[in-house]
Design a binder for this molecule. Structure first.
Ligand code: NAG
Ligand code: NAG
Length: 266
């Protein structure tokens, strides 16, 4: 959306979002962009515009076979405004959020005030930090306290038969991410920031250290891969949704401070 004065006025009247949350810094919602992680990698995953793919085509071509990025599938303009930094701080400042360590098995959990997480833990991560020493806010959401926000989210409409959707919401600093792991199928959407994805089919397990970060894997393991062993990958931005099929290995890297939501189809 263009950042004209009139847009600001209209958005304010519709949603009563404070002016600072609107249209600042290329609409990063006050979360900012990071320039140090410029490497978005290549993109060898199909990108389909929502207007050119039907639910049936999605089921036939991707749901059980390979990842796809769907563009323009839903309009989450309102949800995005509610996820701006000032808006979330105003609403959730004193709430407790549960953080997990960002390693493959993410076992350690830590509870902190949301404001403390945003002001002191959302910092850029260096390559040497271990995933097991990084605290990551993703999942473990209190759906009672966050209900009024999540109900504004328009989930991707293409369902899978015999599954029901469950949300995981998160916010993470530049350089953070989750190392390789797998689970059931689902969607991941970034609301603010860019997120780089790396994926492998279920029968092609990548080599990785479970406590090292994705950032470490990209700079130390990736360059040594033989061509036939390189991942499927792409960097997604707001307005794009990545679909991952059942049991596909995947790792993520947040290039900016990212606000994101996954819809797991279990
Ligand atoms: C979720 O928030 C509600 C309301 O603040 C609280 O009563 C409940 O204990 C929380 N649930 C968990 C699992 O923390
Ligand atoms: C990963 O880190 C955990 C917690 O620090 C440790 O217990 C575990 O042994 C580490 N795993 C490996 C393979 O180094």
């Amino acid at each position: 959306m263009e950042c004209t004065v009139w847009n600001k006025v209209i958005i304010f009247l519709l949603f009563q979002v404070p002016d600072v949350a609107l249209c600042s810094e290329q609409d990063t919602g006050g979360w900012g962009l990071d320039s140090s992680l410029a490497d978005e990698g290549s993109c060898n995953i199909d990108i389909r515009d929502a207007t050119t793919i039907t639910h049936t085509q999605f089921l036939e071509e991707y749901a059980y076979t390979k990842p796809v990025i769907l563009r323009g599938l839903t309009d989450n303009t309102k949800f995005r405004f509610l996820c701006s930094k000032p808006s979330l701080l105003r609403e959730y400042r004193d709430k407790t959020v549960r953080l997990s360590t960002a390693n493959t098995h993410s076992y350690r959990k830590v509870d902190v005030r949301f404001e403390e997480f945003v002001t002191s833990l959302l910092t850029p991560q260096s390559e040497d930090t271990l995933g097991s020493d990084t605290l990551y806010f993703f999942g473990d959401n209190n759906f009672t306290e966050w209900h009024s926000l999540f109900e504004k989210y328009n989930a991707p409409p293409y369902s899978l038969p015999h599954t029901s959707p469950a949300y995981s919401f998160g916010i993470a600093g530049p350089g953070t991410g989750v190392p390789f792991h797998w689970h059931g199928p689902g969607y991941s959407e970034v609301i603010y920031g860019r997120k780089r994805w790396l994926l492998y089919p279920p029968d092609q397990a990548p080599e990785f250290h479970p406590n090292h970060t994705t950032l470490h894997w990209i700079s130390h393991s990736y360059p040594n891969l033989e061509k036939h062993n390189t991942p499927l990958e792409c960097t997604i931005r707001p307005g794009e949704v990545l679909y991952f099929p059942d049991r596909w290995w995947h790792a993520t890297l947040n290039l900016d401070t990212s606000v994101f939501i996954s819809t797991f189809l279990g």
